[in-house]
Design a binder for this molecule. Sequence first.
Ligand SMILES: Nc1nc2c(c(=O)[nH]1)N[C@H]1C(S)=C(S)[C@@H](COP(=O)(O)OP(=O)(O)OC[C@H]3O[C@@H](n4cnc5c(=O)[nH]c(N)nc54)[C@H](O)[C@@H]3O)O[C@H]1N2
Ligand SMILES: Nc1nc2c(c(=O)[nH]1)N[C@H]1C(S)=C(S)[C@@H](COP(=O)(O)OP(=O)(O)OC[C@H]3O[C@@H](n4cnc5c(=O)[nH]c(N)nc54)[C@H](O)[C@@H]3O)O[C@H]1N2
Ligand code: SF4
Ligand SMILES: [Mo]
Length: 677
Amino acid sequence: MDKQIFHNVCPRNCYGTCGILSTVENGKLLKVEGNPKHSYTRGRLCAKGYAYTEYVYSPRRLKYPLRQFPRGSGNWQRLSWDEALEIIASKMIELHDRYGSNLACGYNKFSGNLGILHYATEGMFRGLGSYTKVHGDLCLSAEGDALNYNRGRGELLRDPEDMAKARGIVLWGVNPARTAVHQWSFINRARDKGAKLLVVDTLFTPTAAQGDSYLQIRPGTDGLLAMAALKYLWQMDRLDMDYIQEHVHGWEAFASYLQEEVSLEEASAITGVPLEGIKELAEMYLESPCATWVGFGLQRYSNGGQSVRGIDALVTLTKNQNQPGGGLYYFNFLDIFPLHIKNFPRPTEQEKASVRSLNIIHFAQEALALENPPLKLLWLAGHNPFSQGQNFQYWQKLVNQLELMVVVDLFMNETTAQADIVLPAASPFEEYDLHAGYWHQWIAINQKAIPPFYEARSDLEIARSLTQVLNKLRPGFSSFPWRLSALDWIEGELTPEIRERLEIDTWQELLHGPRKYKLNGSRGGQSYPTETGKFQLMSRDAKESQLPALVRFQEQRIEPPYPLRLLTPQSLLRLHSQYRELSWLNLEEKTDTVEINPQDAEQRGLKAKDHVTVFNDRGSCSRRVEINAYLPQGVVVMAQGETTNQLLTGQNTDMGIHTTGARGAAFYDSWVEVKKK
Ligand SMILES: Nc1nc2c(c(=O)[nH]1)N[C@H]1C(S)=C(S)[C@@H](COP(=O)(O)OP(=O)(O)OC[C@H]3O[C@@H](n4cnc5c(=O)[nH]c(N)nc54)[C@H](O)[C@@H]3O)O[C@H]1N2
Ligand SMILES: Nc1nc2c(c(=O)[nH]1)N[C@H]1C(S)=C(S)[C@@H](COP(=O)(O)OP(=O)(O)OC[C@H]3O[C@@H](n4cnc5c(=O)[nH]c(N)nc54)[C@H](O)[C@@H]3O)O[C@H]1N2
Ligand code: SF4
Ligand SMILES: [Mo]
């Protein structure tokens, strides 16, 4: 058979959402490459993307449904799909008959695959009428609310490709050298035309190493740095007061705050950024258009949202938001699809059924508190909470309470190890799907390019087949429209309005390759959908949410219970806990070290390679010491996930309720001590 080329999409929770061209021969995936027609991916993938040919055929991929008996024993038995689905369906029906509703059944799904058809898991539960669901987000939350308070609801819609037009770029708490490698072609295009690159990060990252300037900042103090930069510009008479009068609400209160409470010297002492650094940063904003990219790292603090409000004020008060290529870049989700797969119409009595919702960040703890009925069946998909979550003691208790725990995944991991039944998920090459990124503006259909690996099924196929079994055992049990295929759902999502913006007549045209979604012009920062129609330095909504009404620096209120702050950022060759199985990606990742500053090490009598215990009142981990002279004092770094996350303290970010239904996870508000073994 001839070689065929298919269009695929990397579905990870990643800035890239890359367009892939897959070469297939005799049903086998031979090669993957970036789609050159995709103006964001531009013919490239990251190392994880290029490893898909290993990923798809990895001998460690799950091939069949499996049952573990007893739970946690490692004693796995192969099941047929019929057997597995019948066990699950019978348990659901039994729980329904015992409790008189399906509330004892719940799911917790997260970001393993961000394809639209992966909402099938939500749809499958919605079909039950009553059920227990999940809300909130482990990844981001605070920034969305922060920007709503300042600018009103609505998307930012900065096309990241426009960063190429900027005359100055500030990368603030973002590490694209690891987390968004494709952005470099746009950053470098701007630099080729003379743009300066300034990086603000607590860690001297590979991104910082690329900067013309690097400002090392103490964790959680970015709001103060932004305030100090604004104070400096104001003192130097470099703010356009006419513009501020016209477009900004709350200037008077803000000005008296700057006047009375912000001192450059004090800001320098608290942030650790020297005075010259504060001035250099401030002056970047006078080189309009200046692009500021605020990453997710910055907001993983109990004052993270308030820090973002401050940075946003710096961007806007210096008039950069209006400039082509300038302004604030952040998460840029095209929230355009109707998502019929999780919003399909149901019978009236089901519409009235009650649903319980748990915050993903405190899922296990909240689940344990449920009564009448307790949670008895849990379905996990696209999520590895036993590695990436926190508060494992609650998770363990929850597992003990469950009568059935089902996990859908492609590989065994810390979470499948706790399951009764594990169902093998299809890889992106084995299913149709539809994708919109959360950073660029490309929309794409992911084609089914190869047959499923052994008995793997997509989350949609699993939802369809379980629904069928439920309705066979108990007619009318679920209203999930199981007859609809992947392509039926995709057709329904590509509404006439969306097709118009993609400049296609029929949805099938998208099968021939991704398209860029045309925006209806940009708002340009002239008027804001806020209560006052202006950019708000003072927000009534914020005040009503018991937050500071004014944009200002918010000190962290937590008294550090241990001397060293633990940072656990993303790593280059992992996507959180994913890809550990692949030999191609196992070159450089160190998961057994704790990086520590030389003075902190000396105080504790530690030398490189020493075996140590990193601990707090939550738990303890064995690690080897790595001395890192670039680390600020008082900060240690460990790879996230696995055992590390037992040390997290479960704090919330200050904001997030409006955007995701719950405040976010302040992963970096965690503290530890290190001692020699
Ligand atoms: N290779 C790879 N790429 C990924 C991922 C991955 O796991 N691996 N994960 C994806 C996902 S889900 C996400 S959410 C994104 C996240 O990607 P980014 O938005 O880049 O966010 P983080 O990597 O969490 O943090 C960015 C930087 O913030 C810095 N930082 C921490 N605290 C502070 C602070 O107080 N102030 C300042 N100024 N900086 C601080 C960290 O040192 C880090 O370098 O990456 C995505 N891309
Ligand atoms: N310490 C610390 N912890 C963190 C963070 C941090 O900065 N520090 N960052 C947080 C962030 S930003 C995030 S986004 C979360 C990520 O949290 P998770 O989403 O739980 O992380 P992953 O390890 O990516 O787990 C996704 C799982 O989905 C599976 N999967 C992939 N494709 C599919 C599919 O098609 N179907 C199904 N059913 N499963 C699939 C993968 O194999 C993997 O097991 O971690 C958070 N945890
Ligand atoms: S992990 Fe991110 S950058 Fe890498 S191929 Fe996937 S979407 Fe692209
Ligand atoms: Mo994330």
